[in-house]
Design a protein around this ligand. Sequence first.
Ligand SMILES: Cc1ncc(COP(=O)(O)O)c(C=O)c1O
Length: 351
Amino acid sequence: MIDLRSDTVTLPTPAMREAMYHAEVGDDVYHEDPTINRLEEMAAERLGKEAAIFVPSGTMGNAASILAHAGRGEAVIVGNQSHIYHYEVGGASTLGGSPMVVVQTDPDGMLDPHDILINIADGSDEHSAPSALLCIENTHNRCGGTVLNLEQVEQLSSLAHTHGLKVHMDGARVFNAAIALGIQVKALVQTVDSVMFCLSKGLSAPVGSMVAGKRDFIERVHRMRKLLGGGMRQAGVIAAAGIVALEQMVNRLEEDHETSKQLAHGLADYPQIDINVDRVQTNMVMFSVRNSRNEPMGEIETMQFLSAAGEHGVLIGHIGQGKIRAVTHYGINASDITTALIGIRRALIEL
Ligand SMILES: Cc1ncc(COP(=O)(O)O)c(C=O)c1O
């Protein structure tokens, strides 16, 4: 089975399992786990921030960051296609009491600066929740792994900062973004106040994400992590895999970007597939399928196509409205893509 549903299906590497076995551990709630302390120092250093904290998941990292930046009743501006808005159970609002103000996401993952501007509330009007935070996403999941470049990140940060808002980057796959741009990740996140990235996606660690930012902010995230039940004890056994992820798995993300482009070009040769190959910038490929009447497939037909692809050995995900997402990752090589393209062609023939 060739599993292209997500880069979260990656399994830990042999080096990770070895490191986990030998990890030195302690009670992390007392800050006494040497492996976690080392991972946090490494992450802060890689991102060019004062401090970092290990959290169990990207969702918790985003929630704890939002809670640490914005108080109850303070608004958080998010994109209408963002992961924070769509897939994190409304945590900013349900846990933090922060209304989410939703602005337009462009197809490349960029937020519309004008839309942000007209939605910033400075607190002078008693009817509106004052804006405290802008959240941006890089790479952008629902836009198909698209990358915000340095200028775009700087433009959004400067707009937010000018109006007194902090900026949080949901950088679940920020290393993919930096690799695609050919720049250091610390340059890409320099102007944001905080960034969350996942160890458990393309970097292939089994569990965990990091949040990085200023020291006083990270101290507040510590309290929020405890509030959310994410204070772990001898979690150095999993942090050890995170260290290997940062040391050994970052540069190889380039291979995933190559296999995703191979997949995209192969799919573009099939007349039933609608795909914008230029939008394939990292490890994700977004496409949709036309039925035998040459119309875009609806939900049910798309699900039937995906199940046929599964029967031909290829697992792919549906993100709604007929949009299909395939993700390349550690464990998928060029010959797997060739095999996957054959499986997909067979599924298309059966339509
Ligand atoms: C952009 C983005 N942010 C956050 C998350 C949440 O990460 P986790 O699944 O570790 O909670 C994901 C997960 O896919 C994601 O794609």
